[in-house]
Ligand binder design. Sequence first.
Ligand code: S3P
Length: 168
Amino acid sequence: MVRQNIILAGFMGTGKSTVGKLVAERLGMHFADTDATIESLDGRSIAVIFAEDGEIAFRRIESTVCLRIVRLPERVIAVGGGALLDKYTRSVLESEGLIICLTADIDEIIERVGDDPSRPLFGDRAAIERLMAERAAHYASLPHHVDTMGHTPEQVAEEIVELWKNNT
Ligand code: S3P
């Protein structure tokens, strides 16, 4: 199978966008971020979409954006942490790209994300633990994992480039 894209998935704060840009640079590919694309197409921030229209509406837009971006060739795509929970979106992205899940532990995630108000599902520690537990099986089921703990974004990017070379 010829896969043309790299899809970076994983929980909020695992570094998908930071690392994705570096991977794209190294491979001479384009970088896309589904949250940023949603915001520029919709004209509202993710937080406002959640607040005004709710999560279900956000997921609909997110799925449309994922399916659209993945058709463009040679993209490193950072998808929102919940984007691949939708089975159809996941199956299409899986057939068009190499899905890699970035991981980090909860303390590191809290440290990285802090009080960022742009992430409506990022609550207090108990809420994050709950969401991580709810999604643990989902993330574990993704085909490749790269642990970001104790690694610089450059090191993580290098590992992803190696994975890509070994899987295409
Ligand atoms: C979400 C993650 C966010 C964003 C939205 C919902 C999630 O993206 O899509 O707030 O459900 O995990 P990041 O993973 O890029 O923070």
